[in-house]
Design a protein around this ligand. Sequence first.
Ligand SMILES: *[C@@H]1O[C@H](CO)[C@@H](O)[C@H](O)[C@H]1NC(C)=O
Ligand SMILES: *[C@@H]1O[C@H](CO)[C@@H](O)[C@H](O)[C@H]1NC(C)=O
Ligand SMILES: *[C@@H]1O[C@H](CO)[C@@H](O)[C@H](O)[C@H]1NC(C)=O
Length: 208
Amino acid sequence: MMTSVYRDMFALCATVLLSFISVSHSAPLSCEDLLRPLDQLEPGHLEGRWALVAGSLNHSPSLEVLKSRDSATIHFSNFNTNSTATYTRIVSSGGKCQYKTYNMSIEGSTFTLDVGNRFNLTGTFLHTSCPDCVVVRWDGELERQRSHLVSRRREVGPKEMEEYKAQLECLKLPPPVVMDPTKELCPEQTPSEPAAAQTGEKTEEQTA
Ligand SMILES: *[C@@H]1O[C@H](CO)[C@@H](O)[C@H](O)[C@H]1NC(C)=O
Ligand SMILES: *[C@@H]1O[C@H](CO)[C@@H](O)[C@H](O)[C@H]1NC(C)=O
Ligand SMILES: *[C@@H]1O[C@H](CO)[C@@H](O)[C@H](O)[C@H]1NC(C)=O
């Protein structure tokens, strides 16, 4: 009788202890950890197509543009030994696909898109625990900040989304706009197709 009570108490203590350990293991990471740039950029890992899973901006008109999109993808290609590559973003909106290609130069975990004579866009690849995701923090021109989470998948797991939300909080950005994973992605542009014309004047380059 007594032994069984002790055994039960022991089991209870062990359970409490174990759950305490697992809770302390998942204690929130500091912003310093969450916003750590990628240590090493592997072009082989980046190459190819990524679907936009979620994103955020601190500029409400651009946030509305993002919300109005059906889907978006980015493609990294043509990695060169001189740290250049090609960045293509493809957006599906209102039943149309819009393609835009930028020259990209890479330095460590930071990259710059050549968007013409007005300004360049700089982004940093942030560390993420999601193995098939890329998290980008864009440096804002005109105080505008934004971030994108792209993945080889169309949606990420709840823990991965929690991590991204925490990263956005550290960046002081609004909660993410999460893309609808059931919406079709635009096809990759074939070389024979002419580069799609920009639709109208935009106040800002849209990078995803
Ligand atoms: C990098 O190399 C590619 C191909 O070798 C070339 O087309 C491109 O102009 C080079 N870029 C720079 C910045 O040197
Ligand atoms: C990328 O750079 C190359 C060489 O500098 C240039 O010929 C090409 O037009 C550029 N492409 C874009 C999309 O800016
Ligand atoms: C943008 O980047 C390109 C290539 O790295 C550079 O030649 C150009 O001067 C930059 N433009 C601005 C406005 O910084």
